[in-house]
Design a protein around this ligand. Structure first.
Ligand code: AMP
Ligand code: MG
Length: 422
């Protein structure tokens, strides 16, 4: 099988996914989720014309000719209802958010007035009709669709939901994700330090990448490179909506992951992507008939490379977008920005390369410099990175000072951005 391009592999994955079912959540627990129902306004807000300032509600015609003295007929605080109509020569003292009384068509802020006596005020300058009046329904009108299906629930959206008194509503369910590490050389977190072993970092780094999406994954532990043991672990993993397996996906004689998952009924879509790091990436699906309790698109299985940086990059580029898609999110990929390359990069054409970079800002914009050795085993250079610089597959190297695309390691793209473009 040939190597797929990164974008082709991303498309194959997204084409195999459907959004998960919906569930009801309470407003207080909903930040980060994605709306599965439309939300409408249940009244006009503000409910009537209100003042935008502390000041005086008046008839603009009374002050059109310049400074004028008016009689203050009442005090209207936020929460009060006016009891009188303002007629010629009159005004009402009004607080921000209080209803503009009948007869008045404008508000003048207190700074532009002068008290003459307890019920007389001097208006220092003319105001136009509607000045500092927030019209009824400016915020929202009764019956308006204020939020649509697919909206990610941000703090601003929470404010809108609270405004329309949506105490609970439908969101898309979060996928249940299992993470399995494989390898005889791996040492578990609770095991004593053995100089001949490699600490299992992948389970935790991948866990954190999944947690950052608001999903609490289940860590299945470490399976040895033994077909029978691996099969047992994989069977458990296939009970989830998504199974991430790290290590054992290459073509070494002890790389049993691919044959074992195929034996368990997983249909492989691809297992090689033309990227660096990350190339032995396998993707397959267990059809839904074999997992009645799982999502209706079945179990998605990602066979990730064992190298710590490779597996993290594969989660960024393939797994996280898939999980966002299952949760109904329309923003699937990380946001990119353009930066100046600080030091030249060598590149052999053939594979898309993701270079870990740190960003700095100066008058000319952003500059990107590699975080150190780019070996796929060096996690510290990932830990120091702000983003992944994308070196197109066809590139023959990039000179210092050239503009490059950097995909950030936090935040998602704007709604109309689809991943990165080479
Ligand atoms: P593999 O893909 O199984 O050939 O593993 C490639 C490299 O990644 C080897 O050097 C492994 O020791 C390392 N590796 C595999 N799994 C993990 C893990 N869970 N944590 C840290 N390193 C790992
Ligand atoms: Mg291995």
């Amino acid at each position: 099988m040939e190597h797929l391009s990164v974008t082709h592999a991303q498309k194959l994955i997204l084409d195999s996914i459907t959004r998960l079912e919906t569930e009801t959540v309470r407003l207080e627990q909903s930040v980060g989720r994605v709306l599965a129902q439309e939300i409408r306004a249940n009244r006009d807000l503000p409910p009537y014309d209100v003042s935008a300032m502390d000041g005086f509600a008046l008839r603009s015609a009374d002050v059109a000719g310049g400074p004028a003295e008016l009689t203050v007929i009442e005090d209207i605080k936020a929460g009060d209802l006016p009891t009188q109509t303002v007629v010629a020569g009159q005004c009402a003292r009004i607080m921000t958010g209080a209803p503009v009384p009948p007869g008045a068509d404008a508000v003048i802020r207190v700074e532009d007035t002068q008290e003459v006596s307890a019920n007389r005020v001097q208006i220092n300058k003319p105001v136009k009709p509607k000045n500092d009046v927030r019209p009824q329904g400016e915020n929202m009108r009764d019956g308006d669709v204020v939020l649509t299906v697919g909206t990610e629930i941000t703090p601003g959206v929470i404010g809108v939901l609270a405004t329309v008194k949506a105490a609970q509503f439908a969101v898309f369910r979060r996928p249940r994700v299992a993470i399995l590490s494989t390898g005889n050389e791996l040492e578990g977190m609770d095991e004593p330090v053995d100089p001949n072993k490699i600490p299992n970092s992948n389970s935790y780094a991948l866990m954190a990448q999944v947690q950052a999406l608001g999903i609490e994954p289940v860590l299945l532990g470490i399976a040895r490179d033994d077909p029978a043991e691996l099969e047992q672990y994989l069977r458990r993993g296939l009970e989830y909506d998504v199974l991430l397996v790290s290590g054992g996906t290459s073509v070494g004689v002890h790389d049993y992951v691919r044959p074992t998952i195929e034996k368990l009924g997983v249909q492989m879509k691809f297992w090689r992507v033309a990227m660096k790091p990350g190339h032995p990436l396998a993707f397959g699906m267990l059809p839904p008939t074999k997992v009645p309790q799982a999502a209706h698109c079945g179990t998605l299985v990602f066979g990730l490379p064992g190298n710590p940086v490779s597996s993290m990059v594969c989660v960024e580029e393939f797994v996280a977008p898939a999980l966002r898609c299952m949760m109904g999110n329309m923003r699937l990929y990380r946001r990119t920005l353009s930066a100046r390359l600080a030091n030249p990069i060598k590149h052999q054409p053939g594979r898309t390369e993701f270079v870990r970079v740190q960003l700095a800002r100066d008058e000319a914009g952003y500059s990107a410099s590699a975080t150190g050795t780019q070996s796929s085993g060096v996690l510290l250079s990932m830990a120091r990175a702000d983003g992944l610089m994308i070196v197109p597959a066809a590139s023959t190297g990039i000179a210092a000072g050239a503009q490059v695309t950097v995909q950030l390691l936090d935040g998602t793209a704007f709604q109309d951005e689809i991943g990165f473009r080479e």
